[in-house]
Design a protein around this ligand. Structure first.
Ligand SMILES: [Zn+2]
Length: 668
């Protein structure tokens, strides 16, 4: 493998990035990351990652030791400093001796220690980078390394190939446990400068950018040389015949068969070259192409196995249609079986993804790759080329061997989008809190249905977002029932209800009109009961757990003067929340609430804030910051609280306070 380091280019990077305010460390990190990312035999599309340990000045003027590590959504080939979010290093290293960290906690801890919270999510391999005490850490999924590891006896083969400054690490899924394993291996062998991760890739590290890069090229070249020395036996090919149809004639057939339900559509991209032809026309392609991908994270784009169609010789396009249809049916059956066999072997509840293939090999015709858009289809194609090359090459010298199916499944279904497949219903969704909550849940992959009473605002909302917005008067049981039925028809049910709608009514409790008080109970108590009781019926029927979340308010425990008409139903709501926890816990249905206070929203608008601030002779900003943390609480903080409660699987009957600290409103 060619070493592409150039002294003059490195200097240019340093100069260019210095001019826009970045350090030499980051400039060189960008430079060698791009060198690695632009070599297709090292990484493809978002694969691999790099890091640099450096210092950064925060707004407080203090310098912090940070790890700038590749963030999600960035490609190494065109990385920029923004694609290398800075995470405070000490808090990462502080977890070196921690026995276990869940994926959720890992992600949230990494995010919490970002210098800029708006930066992309740091890589899942952040801890691994942090634990290795070198300034520059480079990681790729080099073809030649995978070629060496993905074969029977791969571990011993690698030991012979790479020499004594390299440790060979058996497969562990990326995440905190892999980082711990690497830390353990490094502390026993502190002389190493490279790690070969079986069935995954390679890490090289040094205190100098060039040295870490040089080591990568050196070790990959060693792997290449070792493989080139092996005896090659060409893969036996099927009989070559030209079909009577062309790729463009069968692409629409494949595309049609992919859309199992007519709403789900895919883009299909065709390609063929010498390598792909050799791979897909192999006699044993059904066996070797089903053993896995070259490196685990490809599975997310190409699924664990491709669909293979063998057209009959001289068949017509109609005959092809029949063959293809049958092949698709078998593929879907095979995928469902794969899901059912493996879903119980891994942690957490899994919802099956669609059963359509992402790669269709039509023997003697070519490769069709599939994605939700053209870019995704092409990425699946590029990964297929790499997989085909690596698998074919191993097959020529041995037999392809990859990680067990359960581990492939774990990667395919290990998703940070914890809420995929969940149906979330939010009431009062056109309000500030409702809308922030919608954004939060959507960002984690949930299906969100937005309800509101205000038709005009709902229409306005619907014009801006794709998700279903439905008019619903939550005070009216019939309206709720009708809407929930509609949701069941469209989505099959409900998993998470965020009962958020409410109104603010005030007045001295001794003088308030009974009707006003009763109306407030309709708005702020019965509305929640209407939604929760309907949701419960659906959740019990589904029998797949469920979650009720109530927007309660601090008034429930800390009444404000003249706020009785609002606070009293909210106190009843607090009891309602607990009652649901008690009555439905045994069905796996959790019930929790959020006590928020002083949030800029429809209930607490700018005018109201100005009046209250004036009454206390403080500025509006100071008024909003009047809490123990001296920080304004925002709607997005409330959304986060809802999200935490929705994902805290062992919490029910609880209330989370989001008010910046107000000891008088704390629960006791
Ligand atoms: Zn990796």
């Amino acid at each position: 493998m060619k070493n592409n380091w150039s002294k003059s280019s490195a200097k240019k990077y340093i100069k260019k990035y210095k001019n826009i305010g970045f350090s030499k460390d980051l400039a060189l990190r960008v430079y060698t990351t791009r060198l690695l990312g632009r070599n297709k035999e090292l990484v493809l599309h978002g694969g691999g990652n790099t890091s640099v340990k450096t210092t950064i000045k925060d707004i407080d003027g203090k310098k912090y030791n940070v790890l700038c590590v590749k963030g999600s959504g960035w490609d190494m080939a065109d990385i920029e400093p923004e694609g290398l979010p800075a995470v405070k290093l000490e808090p990462l290293i502080a977890l070196k001796n921690k026995k276990y960290l869940s994926d959720e906690d890992m992600v949230s801890y990494q995010k919490r220690n970002l210098i800029n919270i708006k930066a992309p999510n740091p890589s899942v391999e952040t801890f691994l980078h942090a634990f290795l005490p070198f300034k520059f850490v480079d990681h790729t999924h080099a073809d030649a390394v995978l070629n060496a590891t993905n074969r029977p006896g791969g571990l011993n083969f690698c030991k012979k190939v790479f020499g004594n400054k390299v440790s060979i690490v058996p497969y562990v899924m990326p995440g905190f446990m892999l980082a711990k394993k690497i830390n353990e291996i490094y502390s026993i062998n502190p002389n190493i400068n490279c790690l070969i991760l079986m069935n995954h890739g390679i890490f090289t590290f040094a205190d100098d950018a060039k040295e870490a890069y040089d080591l990568m090229i050196k070790y990959v070249s060693q792997a290449e040389r070792a493989i080139n020395k092996l005896k090659v036996k060409k893969i036996k090919q099927i009989k070559n015949f030209s079909t009577r149809f062309n790729a463009h004639e069968i692409a629409p057939i494949i595309r049609g068969l992919l859309s199992n339900n007519k709403d789900q559509k895919f883009v299909v991209n065709y390609r063929l070259n010498k390598h792909l032809k050799y791979f897909m026309n192999g006699k044993n392609v059904r066996s070797y192409s089903s053993k896995g991908t070259a490196t685990p994270d490809h599975v997310i784009r190409v699924k664990p196995f491709p669909l293979i169609i063998t057209p009959k010789k001289n068949s017509s396009i109609d005959e092809f249609k029949i063959t293809a249809k049958k092949a698709f049916e078998n593929y879907r059956k095979k995928y469902i079986n794969y899901f059912n066999v493996n879903k119980n072997k891994v942690k957490g509840k899994k919802v099956m993804l669609d059963t359509s293939p992402r790669v269709v090999l039509v023997q003697n015709v070519g490769v069709f790759t599939i994605g939700k858009d053209l870019n995704a289809a092409k990425i699946a194609g590029d990964l297929t080329e790499t997989n085909a090359k690596v698998i074919a090459s191993v097959e020529e010298t041995s037999a392809y061997k990859f990680i067990p199916e359960k581990d492939i499944f774990d990667v395919e279904y290990w998703s940070l989008e914890h809420l995929e497949g969940n149906v979330v219903v939010i009431t009062g969704s056109t309000g500030t809190i409702g809308f922030e909550t919608y954004k939060m849940f959507k960002s984690y992959g949930a299906e969100v249905v937005l309800l509101d009473y205000n038709l005009e605002r709902l229409k306005d909302l619907q014009s801006k977002i794709k998700e279903l917005c439905i008019h619903c008067d939550v005070r009216n049981k019939k309206s709720v029932k009708k809407v929930f039925n509609q949701i069941c028809e469209k989505y099959g049910g409900i998993d998470i209800l965020i009962s958020n709608a409410g109104t603010a009514t005030n007045g001295a409790i001794g003088e308030i009109d009974d009707n006003v008080l009763r109306q407030s109970f309709e708005d702020n108590f019965f509305s929640h009961q209407n939604c929760a009781s309907e949701a419960i019926k659906i959740m019990k029927k589904q029998n797949i757990n469920g979650c009720l979340l109530f927007n309660i308010s601090k008034q429930s425990v800390n009444p404000g003067k003249n706020f009785g008409p609002y606070g009293l139903p909210k106190s009843a709501l607090l009891s309602l929340c607990k009652q649901y926890a008690v009555d439905y816990g045994s069905y796996g249905i959790r019930s929790n609430g959020v006590n928020a206070d002083r949030i800029r929203s429809g209930l607490m608008n700018d005018k109201m804030i100005r009046t209250r601030a004036k009454a206390r002779s403080v500025s509006t900003d100071d008024y909003m910051r009047e809490n123990l943390l001296l920080n304004e609480v925002k709607a997005e903080d409330v959304a986060k609280a809802f999200f935490h409660l929705a994902t805290s699987k062992k919490t029910t009957g609880a209330v989370l306070t989001v008010d910046g600290g107000n000891i008088a409103a704390s629960l006791r």
